[in-house]
Design a protein around this ligand. Sequence first.
Ligand SMILES: [Zn+2]
Length: 334
Amino acid sequence: MEKIKVMISFDIEFNINGAFSNPDNYAPLGAASLVRAHAGQDHGLGFALACLKRYQLRGTFFLETLCSHWFGIAEMKKIAQSIAVDQHDLQLHLHPCWTAFKNPDWKTAVRKKNPDDSIANRSAEELRAIIGDAKKLFVEITDKNPKIFRTGNLEIDRQAFRIFYEQGLKYSSSLGAAGTGYADETLNLHNGVHEIEGITEIPVSCYLSKIPNKGWRLFTIPGSSTKEIEHLLNFAYQHQISPIVILVHASDFSPQSGHSQPQFKPNHFNQDRFEFLCAFLAKNTQRFSTLTFEEFCKETPATTGAAMPALSAPISGALLRILQNNVLPKIGVN
Ligand SMILES: [Zn+2]
């Protein structure tokens, strides 16, 4: 049996923080939305970085760069440097909604129409401008060229894949067909390595759950209990489903309340799940190797085809998740 390759991937992005729905009273939130301080402790990015360090694991951090149209370069640069210290992999993430701030009269514009945050359903010309801009900002922030990209909200279409390819990006982790999936059925991929319009696509892993809704779920920290994480990784090994891509956000570890004076409250269930994941991977190195996307893509990985077995998790794991996500927080336990 082969070792299963696991990539822990983070979307590193700032928060629009209500600025589009209430532009007069709220403004985007920068580094504080990633630090997520509570009682002098970091319950966001710093929590995750400390956890990875404790277990000597490296992750891939997809940096959203279009936010520089509001914050300038320095705000994300500071974050990039704090991640790069531990030799993690920095790659490109992009949320087109931030380009709204290029318009000096953005307040009037967002009152008329909420900015479109999807990279899908755009003209080739628009895509060239957005992707070129995001890429240029990434170089300014990190002093290196991105090799791998992930689109915001995992929204993408074939036209966008074509333009990313044209702009020199050859690897992506932008798919993850959870819920209703994509309008283009050929993009409904749940695992594996695929070739799309010249790009090597490595989707966020999805798994089948029987409850609460039958269907595909993304392999995320809020979306998977410790029992599910353990089962999914063991299942992947037994059925040789590789690679496994796990999606993490700093916000998983502490929800925000309030916009003008935001507060962050630790979510101990999610923090424990991430710690559990790291401990499991560090302990089971004979079956799993945890690596960055850059390492995975070093020698172009062979495509796996669409016929990989489906990852699935047992009802007991889902029950624990529902208890922790939906029931216990209502009585103040989290
Ligand atoms: Zn994102």
